[in-house]
Design a protein around this ligand. Structure first.
Ligand SMILES: [Zn+2]
Length: 287
């Protein structure tokens, strides 16, 4: 099928292959050729190429988000493959960033992947986030979640957040004008009180569901379509197959988005409770 007659007179740079590849987007009024062009011109930074990052990278790439940044310092392990669906058996031992890039290259030649084979930290975060249109927080630990929240807010970039635990997940979207992650969770749990996937296990399909919610939010933000999951946190219980939504508000005393916010992350320790100020706990990574 051809969209040429419909597109006559429009100055778009979508070529014939792109008109075909994205045809099911293009026929949607809410996306259309302009929306697809917007996605192709857009960039998304995915922090973490694990269980949540895998479906995020997969669907953003399929949707034609033109530049996808992937931050991860891990290599693929065989125990990842039960849920991290962009990595394959042959990738075991390879950096996850390289495996993610190879996956995207096979899927969609329109997409450029920028790899950051590093752990997002206080020293590199602002530079990495700079220039991206949206950040997807697909990390697996509290220090990184607070760091992503803070750096993205200071840069005015929205964040699609997601987290998983055994059979449960949560998602929320942090828009520049809305409440932030610190408004929802002012302090991280004490290090060691929330075990990670390796300790507790996780249902393999769970991050697929939550990651797809995050990818949906990222695409909506890039299209400026629909209503973002802002000021609302979505809780998902796979065992009961229930979704609950809880509203939350901006905290006027929030150090990042409140009435008297910090202007840099200089004074924040991303360890322990991730609090702003001098009372940070011992340097224990919650990962
Ligand atoms: Zn806040």
């Amino acid at each position: 099928m051809s969209f040429a007659p419909r597109l006559a007179g429009m100055s778009l740079s979508l070529d014939a292959e792109q008109l075909d590849r994205y045809s099911r987007h293009i026929i949607l009024d809410e996306v259309g050729p302009e929306g697809q062009q917007r996605l192709l011109d857009a960039s998304a930074l995915v922090v973490g190429a694990g269980g949540l990052g895998a479906p995020v990278v997969q669907y953003l790439a399929a949707a034609g988000v033109g530049t996808i940044g992937v931050v991860d310092d891990d290599v693929v392990e065989r125990s990842n493959l039960q849920r991290q669906v962009i990595h394959a058996d042959a990738d075991v031992g390879e950096p996850k960033t390289e495996s993610a890039k190879a996956f995207v290259e096979r899927l969609n030649p329109d997409v450029t992947v920028e790899t950051y084979q590093t752990r997002l930290d206080k020293a590199n975060a602002a530079e990495i986030v700079d220039g991206y249109d949206v950040v997807v927080d697909a990390s697996d630990n509290f220090p990184t979640r607070y760091l992503v929240n803070d750096v993205a807010r200071l840069a005015g970039v929205p964040v699609a957040h997601g987290a998983i635990y055994k059979f449960e997940g949560q998602a929320t979207t942090l828009t520049p004008g809305g409440p932030c992650y610190r408004c929802l969770f002012p302090e991280a749990p004490e290090p060691g009180t929330v075990p990670d996937c390796a300790t507790t296990g996780v249902l393999g399909v769970l991050p697929g569901t939550v990651g797809c919610v995050q990818a949906t939010e990222a695409i909506k933000l890039l299209l400026d379509a629909g209503e973002p999951l802002a000021g609302r946190v979505l809780f998902y219980d796979a065992m009961r197959m229930e979704f609950d939504e809880v509203p939350y508000r901006k905290n006027p005393d929030c150090p990042i988005c409140g009435e008297d916010p910090v202007d840099s992350i200089e004074g924040i320790e991303y360890t322990g409770g991730c609090t702003v100020g001098s009372d940070a706990d011992a340097a224990v990574d919650a990962d």
